[in-house]
Each structure stands twice: as structure tokens, then as C-alpha cells.
Design a binder for this molecule. Structure first.
Ligand code: SAH
Length: 252
């Protein structure tokens, strides 16, 4: 059995209870060492074999899983944040299906949630944005034409960019081409929830210079949109006049 587990964004106590339990019971752990906090490995079972997937190929990862399975062992595949986002889990699951190895997935707290927490922000403010676009700038990994950054930016909603910190000059251009004004608020969140977390608030047109001035080249999320500003409407949900399924309002 293979358990895919979301490790959370960095702080070791942000893994789920289920993830922590499965991790403590694992015979074999394969973790994404470039981003998963190694502190998470401290509670592992004695004799547990640990592999850092940062330097491994898909084939090598699968062969560790296959061997463990043949020996009747339980493997944990520990991915950063939530495994469903840029986790490359589908290709592993499809191969495990072919091998007849069973698996399940335990979700994790994604770094985009960690970044909102670091910013004390709400991505979905009434009258500002009710949608969050999670995407990336095309780099060595291409992005489908219909999802070009300028097209995504044309909605003017909240955006969270993964894997794009090294391409911020292009990011700025694309965001403005899509319709964000140069002074739209933006923020770079470096290592959200880690002890060395940093938050840099800026604007769409100063993303590249802000990252450069602070030597941020990776492990960061770029967030963009009016949710980082000061204007918004209060919610209907907690408005005294508003009636809903759980409460009668003072009006209507
Ligand atoms: N599955 C992960 C994302 C993996 S892709 C998740 O849900 O968070 C790796 C990218 O995620 C990094 O390049 C960076 O853009 C972002 N990232 C991961 N952890 C981060 C953190 N703690 N703070 C900021 N960005 C992070």
C-alpha cells in the first residue's frame, strides 16, 4: 500500500492528523526533499527507510514503491503542500495501477493557504473578487495556450502564481497586458509558514524589483489582486439585516 500525503506548506504541525499517523506507521518514506520540512521525518518508525525524491526519477521512485510492496511494506509518498497541485502524483498513480499496487491520498494544506495566512488575507472579498486563479507562468513546463497568463489576468480576480518567481519580469508584463493596472496590489510570500517566512508587499509593476532587492528566487508564491487592498464590502452572511437558513435578519 502506498499513501500519498500532503505534508503542508512547511511548519511541521500543519500536516493533517491522518497524514501524521500514516507517516508514523510507514516502513518506507519517499519525501520531496526540496520543499518538505525534514522535521516531519523525526517521528518516523525505527528502521523506516527514507528516500529524498529530489534527486530521483519517476522510475526510481516507482521501483522503491514496487520493492516495498513485494516485501509487504507500507510506503508514504510525502509531497509538499497539497499533492493535487503541481505534485506530479497522477503519473505515479497510473503506474501503480499498472503494477496492481493500491494507494490512497491524504490531502494537505497547500502553500496558497499558507500564503493567505501569512498575509492575514482573505482571497474572496465581497465586491472585490469571488474567484481565485491558481496558475503559473509558462517556463520550461509549458502552459496550455488558453491559460496564457495575460488571458487568466483578464478576469481581474485574485491570482496566486506558483513556480514563477524566477520569471517575474515576464509575469509583470503578462499581468499588465491582461488588464491589471501597474499599481494593483501584489505580494511575494517566501517560505510561507516556515520559521524564515517573509512577506513582501508591492504592486504588479514592482514584483521583479522587489524579489531582486530581497534575493527571492524560489519557494515563493506571487499573489495579486484587490484582496490585498483596503476596499471591500462586508459580508451578507453576518449582516444583521440579512436573513438566511440559520438566522432571521432584521429586514425583509
Ligand atoms: N503542492 C504544493 C506546490 C508544489 S509546486 C502546494 O500545494 O503548495 C512548488 C511551488 O510551490 C514552489 O515553487 C512555490 O511556488 C510554491 N511553494 C511551495 N511551498 C511554499 C511555501 N511554503 N511558501 C511559498 N511558496 C511555496
Amino acid at each position: 500500500m502506498v499513501h500519498f500525503i500532503g505534508a503542508g506548506p512547511g511548519a511541521p504541525d500543519l500536516i493533517t492528523l491522518r497524514g501524521a499517523r500514516l507517516l508514523a506507521e510507514a516502513d518506507v518514506i519517499i519525501y520531496a526533499g526540496s520543499l518538505v520540512n525534514p522535521a516531519l521525518l523525526e517521528g518516523r518508525k525505527e528502521g523506516c527507510a527514507v528516500y529524498d525524491s529530489a534527486s530521483m526519477t519517476l522510475e526510481e521512485v516507482l521501483s522503491v514503491m514496487e520493492k516495498a510492496e513485494q516485501e509487504g511494506k507500507t510506503t508514504v509518498r510525502l509531497h509538499t503542500g497539497d499533492p493535487s497541485l503541481y505534485g506530479a502524483i497522477r503519473e505515479q498513480m497510473d503506474e501503480l495501477d499498472k503494477m496492481g499496487v493500491s494507494y490512497d491520498v491524504t490531502p494537505g494544506v497547500s502553500s496558497f493557504s499558507g500564503a493567505a495566512a501569512a498575509l492575514n488575507a482573505e482571497y474572496t472579498l465581497p465586491d472585490v473578487s469571488q474567484s481565485v486563479i491558481i496558475t503559473r507562468m509558462a517556463g520550461r513546463t509549458p502552459v496550455p495556450e488558453g491559460e496564457a497568463l495575460a488571458k487568466m489576468a483578464s478576469h481581474g480576480c485574485t491570482m496566486v502564481l506558483f513556480l514563477s518567481t524566477g520569471l517575474l519580469e515576464d509575469v509583470e508584463k503578462e499581468l499588465m497586458k491582461g488588464g491589471y493596472s501597474p499599481d494593483t496590489p501584489a505580494a511575494i510570500v517566501y517560505k510561507a509558514t516556515w520559521p524564515d517566512q517573509k512577506v513582501y508587499r508591492c504592486t504588479v509593476s514592482t514584483l521583479a524589483q522587489t524579489a531582486k532587492a530581497n534575493h527571492v528566487t524560489k519557494t515563493a508564491l506571487i499573489t495579486v489582486g484587490g484582496f490585498l487592498g483596503t476596499e471591500y464590502e462586508r459580508s451578507k452572511l453576518y449582516d444583521p439585516t440579512f436573513t438566511h437558513g440559520c438566522r432571521k435578519g432584521t429586514e425583509g
